[in-house]
Design a protein around this ligand. Structure first.
Ligand SMILES: Cc1cc2nc3c(=O)[nH]c(=O)nc-3n(C[C@H](O)[C@H](O)[C@H](O)COP(=O)(O)OP(=O)(O)OC[C@H]3O[C@@H](n4cnc5c(N)ncnc54)[C@H](O)[C@@H]3O)c2cc1C
Length: 519
């Protein structure tokens, strides 16, 4: 670089207000934005899965990633919302001689805070919520002790990859960890594996571990995620019958797949269908058994459900819908699955994906559990002062209606972890995020933003059979959620409308000429 590390990247006249531009500086792509007359520059690669941020949407000073909706501040590269972990590089800008010049000032990494703090914050769970909370505490300048415990033998890893690229063989296991060990050492975050919590006393903020030790903390975050539901059926405990929640579960499945030619999957929801897709990549015969008539119709509506089913069938999956399992049969291990209608399916192994329960068993005596989950207030604090909850176990008040909701999404768990960490440090802000999730099957990502456990209308922009489409999910004519393949900017925009408590009427959403981005 010349001129004291300043690099000339483009002519000032080329950069129009609100129209992002990408330039390349020493093989690194940089996003340039002119907002309210000022020029900002930041890295163009999302810190989650490296998506090009220029394909996303810039509104005000925030860029949203097209793939999984991580958000970054274009002024300083700061992480605004997970699933990104780091921020993105940031650049100083100037205009000289009619040219825009930039020079890098930040890398987006989290510095170890200076100073001292004698408090201990304990995080139960090293998943999406727990890890995000630990990182946020340091990002926000907390210099005290952070202990993050997990009952598993692995530190934080990308759980979403288990059913997708890990099982299909497209991702090696070394891609799973969210961070290397050196990261936690540098930020002095104590990650304790094989450290199962068996009891929590919220009044003294003391937890008991399975090894008999106890630990007292100034603040506790409960983020233990979920436990897969099991089927109480004859033969369900036979070898060869698997579930998929943890890395250890995935390792057991991968070992069994080495000998397997035919696999029966019980459940046609996200885990079941992603596993079906991964096993087809391995050319394994796949049968999916589920009681519903159309997979995922309860989430996306019949039309999207039928599209998903068709894609699986085109890729060789055989569905047994409207069916339930009566028994898992076999001598020493599973060999056959008997269905309620009397039919029998050969199975070298079975993978059961029939949903989860919040992992609250260890909280039974704490008084914090209500109807199987942990209710929190807008600060994500439980009924006990100083004890917070986030992720799959948390019943969180919706940022607009106040209605309690619980979702099981990676991005939402990360965002709740981030918010809880700030509230552990004293923030009084209420959680306002709109839930977002994605599912990747056969190379295509289906994304969903909003919360609509029930709905009465699904309206399409583009045809559901097209390569890309956008769907508005409505209750009584009010937009509650949106889903789509591709059309990332419009989906992000609809999410922003939902966040602002606004709607777009179904006729406008349907009309291709109506510019949603201008709303
Ligand atoms: C295979 C798979 C694929 C998925 N794919 C997607 C996807 O594509 N998109 C999406 O949005 N969501 C996806 N999800 C859901 C998503 O992973 C979860 O919603 C998210 O991980 C929840 O985060 P969490 O922090 O609440 O819990 P988790 O990530 O499950 O972490 C819980 C942590 O708590 C620990 N723990 C539990 N009990 C104890 C205890 N008593 N003591 C100590 N530690 C304990 C666990 O070991 C773990 O470390 C997927 C889930 C699975 C299983």
């Amino acid at each position: 670089m010349d001129n004291n590390d300043w690099t000339n990247v483009l002519a000032d006249s080329e950069l129009k207000e609100g129209v992002p531009s990408v330039v390349e500086v020493e093989e690194t792509k940089v996003l340039l934005v002119r907002a309210e007359g000022k020029i900002y520059a930041c890295g163009n690669e999302c810190s989650h899965y490296h998506a090009p941020l220029s394909d996303g949407l810039v509104v005000g000073h925030v860029v949203t990633c097209p793939w999984h909706n991580a958000r970054f501040d274009i002024r300083d590269g700061g992480l605004v919302a997970p699933p990104g972990l780091n921020g993105i590089p940031s650049y100083e800008t100037k205009v000289e001689g009619g040219q825009v010049w930039i020079r890098q000032v930040g890398k987006g990494t989290i510095p170890m805070p200076e100073g001292e703090d004698d408090r201990t914050f304990l995080i139960v769970g090293a998943g999406a919520a727990g890890n995000s909370a630990a990182e946020t505490l340091r990002r926000e300048g907390f210099a005290g002790r952070i202990v993050m415990v997990t009952g598993e033998s692995y530190g934080p890893y990308d759980r979403t990859m288990l059913s997708k690229d890990l099982l299909s063989g497209e991702a090696p296991a070394k891609w799973l960890p969210l961070r290397g060990q050196k990261f936690y050492e540098r930020l002095n975050i104590e990650v304790m594996t094989d450290k199962l919590v068996t009891e929590v006393d919220p009044s003294s903020r003391r937890v008991t571990f399975a090894d008999g030790n106890t630990m007292k903390a100034d603040r506790i975050l409960l983020a233990p995620g979920g436990s897969p539901r099991t089927l109480n059926l004859p033969g369900a405990d036979k070898p060869g019958c698997f579930r998929l929640r943890s890395r250890k579960d995935a390792e057991a499945i991968l070992a069994a797949l080495e000998q397997a030619k035919t696999v029966v999957i019980v459940g046609a929801s996200f885990i079941g269908l992603e596993v079906a897709c991964s096993l087809r990549t391995r050319k394994i015969d796949v049968h999916v058994v589920a009681p519903e008539a159309v997979p995922l119709a309860a989430v996306f509506g019949e039309q999207i459900g039928r599209r998903i089913k068709k894609t699986h069938e085109e890729n060789g999956v055989t569905f047994h819908l409207g069916q339930t399992v009566k028994e898992f049969a076999g001598q020493d291990r599973i060999g056959e699955v008997l269905l309620a209608d009397g039919s029998r399916l050969k199975a070298d192994c079975v993978i059961v994906g029939v949903g989860i329960r919040p992992a609250v068993e260890f909280l039974e005596s704490s008084g914090l559990v209500k109807e199987g989950a942990v209710p929190v207030n807008g600060r994500l604090e439980t009924a006990a002062e100083g004890v917070f909850a986030a992720g799959d176990i948390a019943l969180v008040p919706d940022g607009r209606s106040g209605e309690l909701r619980r979702v099981e999404h990676w991005v939402e768990a990360g965002r709740q972890g981030m918010h809880a960490a700030r509230c552990m440090l004293g923030s009084e802000d209420s959680y306002r995020e709109v839930p977002f999730f994605w599912s990747k099957q056969y190379g295509s990502s289906l994304r969903y933003i909003g919360y609509a456990p029930k709905f009465d209308q699904v309206v399409f922009r583009g045809d559901v059979s097209d390569k890309t489409f956008l769907a508005g999910i409505y209750v009584g004519g009010t937009l509650r959620a949106a889903a789509g393949v591709g059309r990332a900017r419009e989906l992000i925009r609809l999410g922003q409308l939902l966040e602002a408590g606004k709607s777009v009427n179904p006729d406008q959403l349907k009309e291709p000429g109506f510019d949603l981005l201008a709303l």
